[in-house]
Design a protein around this ligand. Structure first.
Ligand code: ATP
Length: 296
């Protein structure tokens, strides 16, 4: 509770080109909302924070696993440092790991957060990979959302083979950061993997290992653990493909107007040069699109 209150303290942001959201608000007819979409690992969180440091904005998480408290490594939650002082909503807010937080719950909580943010004359930025949540919010409420809010959709896209390499490497990084121990603390042989936070990729895959590790010799233990890592990589790649498929469907079948930002080059370069490439290909064009959106 304390940390949530602390996160909600207003922070000072300097809008680019002297943009003042309050001035826009007084002129506009409808409240405006920015929605950052993209498959897992594409950089949605980073882009939303980049934007929120340029415009007076707050971020609403729309990743269905990150709404739960705990498993920060496995669910790849943005760290406090990465949040750069930008208030985040719906992040780790569900304390009960077995609770089912569905699209309806998301709509209720997100709508409340949007009202809070717009009341503060700030721009809500919704960011996360759970397209069913976003779809339900935007098109599922008898179109009342679109009647009330003007939406800008940003889609961070990365070519699938490049993204697959990146998310596989990210699993190795998670292992180095303590993923196995984090999941072990949550392990319950009687709990269901079909509800709550235990549905997260990176939890069911360790079931066999945690159940039987004491029975294995060292070689078998290492092999079973490696199989779990491989399965997590595989499931993460499949998730990315499914998420991308849904984005294509929203665009082609449902007519969503998405601004595509191609971040592929950023992931090809990694390390040196990646920072500049991110700015050039993703951050700067997105900021220009948002600026235009707020001006209209
Ligand atoms: P679906 O209808 O398939 O659940 P969705 O759009 O509602 O799709 P997604 O974000 O694509 O939601 O999540 C689908 C599944 O992927 C989740 O149920 C979970 O197993 C896994 N998943 C999603 N986000 C994460 C995450 N941050 N960490 C681990 N696993 C995740």
């Amino acid at each position: 509770m304390m940390s949530m209150c602390k996160q909600l303290q207003p922070t000072v942001h300097i809008p680019p080109c002297g943009l003042n959201l309050e001035a826009f608000n007084s002129r506009r007819q409808k409240n405006k909302v920015v929605i950052v979409m993209g498959a897992t690992g594409t950089g949605k969180s980073r882009l939303s924070v980049d934007l929120a440091t340029l415009f007076p904005a707050e971020i609403i998480n729309s990743d269905k696993m990150q709404v739960y408290e705990g498993l920060d490594i496995v669910t790849n939650k943005i760290t406090v440092e990465e949040q750069r002082g930008v208030p985040h909503h719906l992040l780790g807010m569900v304390k009960n790991p077995n609770a089912d937080f569905d699209a309806e719950d998301f709509c209720d909580e997100a709508s409340e957060a949007i009202d809070t943010i717009t009341d503060r004359d700030r721009l809500p930025i919704i960011a996360g990979g759970s397209n069913s949540f976003i779809e339900h919010l935007v098109d599922g409420l008898d179109y009342s959302f679109r009647a009330k809010f003007e939406c800008l959709f940003l889609w961070v896209d990365v070519s699938m083979p490049v993204l697959h390499t990146y998310v596989s490497d990210r699993v190795d990084e998670m292992v180095r950061n303590g993923m196995v121990e984090e999941v072990r603390r949550m392990f319950d042989p009687d709990a269901s993997y079909n509800r709550g936070i235990r549905r997260a990729i990176g939890v069911p895959e360790f079931d066999r290992y945690f159940r039987d590790e004491m029975l294995y010799d060292e070689r078998t233990r290492a092999r079973v653990l490696q199989e779990a890592f491989n399965e997590i990589k595989d499931n993460t790649c499949k998730l990315a493909c499914r998420q991308l498929g849904k984005i294509h469907r929203l665009r082609s079948r449902d007519g969503w107007s998405l601004h595509r930002l191609d971040a592929t080059e950023v992931y090809r370069r990694r390390g040196k040069g990646a920072e500049q490439t991110w700015k050039r290909h993703v951050a700067a064009p997105s900021a220009a699109i948002v600026e235009q959106f707020l001006r209209n």
